[in-house]
Design a protein around this ligand. Structure first.
Ligand SMILES: Cc1cc2nc3c(=O)[nH]c(=O)nc-3n(C[C@H](O)[C@H](O)[C@H](O)COP(=O)(O)OP(=O)(O)OC[C@H]3O[C@@H](n4cnc5c(N)ncnc54)[C@H](O)[C@@H]3O)c2cc1C
Length: 556
């Protein structure tokens, strides 16, 4: 926000139950301050409090509040006390008649009044403006950071609060976080009319409070597209990771009517990677969020529609059309489909892990929780690059990071460059032959029980945070009976389908390279059986799949 914008949104509020006086104060204020400040006038304490709550939700700034002393429902002192709960930094001025000077003097102690002003204030140049000028100067030198963006008020150990932060971060929606038990968090909850039991509360940039919103509600309110604009496309891409984004960029840029459908947030696994060091063209590495955000913008620039928070649960063959069904029962049709659904983290099956997920136990969400690691002793489970990258990243914030690996060393599963980096970071320790057998705590993680797989010994360690990177599985059960998959659930394509024509295949050619057992349905990236599980190969397969889509469309 520029200084000018800030001044425009900065308000001076005046409240007086006598409409004539109220108008006169507002008129005089407007004459002198109207160009740089918004003058807000109310004729009752409750209307003024409501106006302050609305401004708080919108993230507006209030520099000065002038309140009449004698008002029927709340007197000026009681009103200012309540107003302080909402805008503690605003300067407070009481307007009093001469007879009430005693009360005004008492108020200096009760509500930390900045000034009392005797009525009438004529001429304002002598009696009103010097006071208000001084109040504005005092306010300008105090801490009054504007907060025009999305605000999230939640509890640190609430699983849903953590999910909402992750969702906003992964969709590149800037937000500010407030703990529900801290003063500003409490003020925002009060302004939103929330009781603090249902958390998180999200306040949109235009001031609308959302209590425990679903991902779909959030997406709609923060401006992410969730509804398709057409009911027929040339290409539906399912999954918004590197493979899906690659397919959307090439599909749309080559003139196909393309829609990309993503269950959660674009970026996929790569979006959770703190630093990708081996992607071509980025010698200094690049954060996964940065890379995939650029890809999403590139896809939309070329005209691809990108829908978020839409979970695909069905694929049907309807003659020459391919029908994709969402979990709310709606569907879209297309000539072709690219499956780019990647893989999802495997869950750790140990007592306490499920209950503590989001309350100290996290699957991969290292980036959004990093600041919470400050000064803590934390644990990372996993021996692959994803665990190594997370450990390196978290070590910048945490007091210590312990990597727990089941096997006897990292050499087999992690890239050499990462092992070297880890060796050089003093607050990272690697514990090999170790597995987590349980997690305990009251409302959040407090202890982990570990077992040494070599000698069977058991140890309980204090721990506030555990990050799990224990491999991944494709989540494609909804494709059962539609396309052929391997024993682990990955989608089989092209030559891997074998030398015989797939069952039900009615064309006189064999499936193209990335084509599944259904003509016109392709697979790209990690969801494909025998894929390389790398960002570059996923992007490349997305592009290649589009080339094969063109071939399919030409030769139908
Ligand atoms: C922490 C971490 C670090 C990594 N670091 C590197 C690295 O340094 N270098 C490297 O080359 N690789 C790295 N990888 C691997 C790399 O990120 C993956 O190989 C790549 O993201 C695979 O891309 P994809 O598009 O095939 O699948 P994914 O990235 O898994 O994306 C699939 C997307 O599909 C969505 N989806 C799934 N099912 C549905 C559905 N039914 N409906 C709608 N949407 C759905 C998912 O929500 C997801 O967004 C890392 C992975 C992780 C987790």
């Amino acid at each position: 926000m520029t200084e000018q914008d800030e001044a425009i949104r900065t308000a001076i509020l005046t409240v007086d139950d006598d409409p004539g006086v109220s108008r006169a104060v507002a008129r005089d204020l407007r004459r002198r301050y109207g160009e740089r400040h918004r003058i807000v006038r109310a004729e009752s304490a409750s209307a003024a409090l409501e106006a302050l709550r609305q401004m708080k939700l919108r993230g507006d700034l209030v520099a000065v509040i002038l309140a009449d002393y004698r008002m029927p429902e709340l007197n000026g002192i009681e009103f200012l006390e309540r107003a302080m709960d909402i805008y503690p930094g605003a300067r407070r001025v009481l307007l009093t008649a001469y007879a009430d000077t005693g009360a005004a003097i008492d108020a200096i102690n009760v509500v930390d009044l900045d000034y009392y002003l005797l009525k009438p204030w004529d001429p304002p140049e002598e009696k009103l403006y010097p006071v208000v000028d001084a109040m504005i100067d005092a306010w300008l030198t105090s801490d009054h950071r504007p907060v025009p963006e999305t605000k999230v008020i939640g509890h640190h150990w609430s699983a849903r609060s953590s999910e909402v932060r992750e969702f906003l971060a992964r969709n590149q929606v800037p937000y500010r976080w407030y703990a529900s038990d801290e003063p500003e968090g409490l003020r925002l909850l009060e302004a939103a009319g929330a009781d603090g039991h249902s958390l998180p509360v999200v306040i949109t940039p235009d001031g609308e409070p959302l209590i425990e919103p679903t991902d779909a509600e959030l997406a709609a309110k923060v401006g992410l597209a969730t509804t398709p604009s057409k009911d027929f496309y040339d290409l539906v891409v399912i999954g918004g990771g590197p493979a899906g984004l690659g397919a959307a960029v090439y599909g749309a840029s080559e003139g196909l009517r393309t829609v990309l459908v993503e269950r959660l947030a674009t970026g996929g696994q790569a979006g959770q990677s703190s630093r990708i060091e081996n992607y071509l063209g980025f010698p200094d590495g690049v954060s996964g969020a940065q890379l995939t955000d650029r890809a999403r913008r590139q896809a939309t620039k070329f005209g691809a529609e990108v829908l978020t928070t839409r979970n695909v649960v069905g694929l049907e063959i309807c003659g020459s059309a391919r029908r994709v069904t969402f979990d709310d029962g709606t569907s879209i049709d297309a000539h072709t489909v690219i499956l780019a659904t990647g893989v999802s983290y495997r869950r750790l099956d140990a007592p306490g892990i499920e209950e503590m997920t989001g309350r100290g136990v996290y699957y991969g969400s290292a980036l959004t929780e990093a600041s919470a690691c400050l000064g803590q002793d934390i644990y990372v489970v996993g021996g692959a690059n994803s665990a190594g990258q997370a450990a390196v990243y978290l070590a910048r914030h945490a007091k210590s990071v312990t990597i727990l690996v089941r096997g006897p060393s990292l050499e087999k599963s992690m890239s050499y460059y990462l092992i070297k980096q880890i060796d050089d970071i003093p607050n990272i320790t690697v514990r090999t032959c170790t597995e987590v057998i349980s997690a305990e705590g009251d409302d959040h993680l407090e202890r982990l029980t570990l077992r040494n797989t070599a000698d069977g010994s058991i140890e309980t360690v204090p721990a506030q945070m555990l990050f799990l990177f224990i491999g991944a599985a494709p989540l494609c059960d909804w494709l059962d009976g539609v396309v052929e998959r391997d024993g682990n659930g990955f989608v089989i394509a092209g030559p891997d389908l074998g030398v015989e024509r797939p069952r039900g295949w009615d064309l006189d050619r064999m499936p193209y390279h990335l084509e599944t057992s259904v003509p016109g349905v392709f697979v790209a990236g990690d969801a494909r059986s025998e894929s390389a599980k790398r960002v570059a190969s996923a992007v490349g397969e997305g592009a290649l799949a589009v080339m094969l889509v063109h071939r399919y469309l030409e030769k139908r």
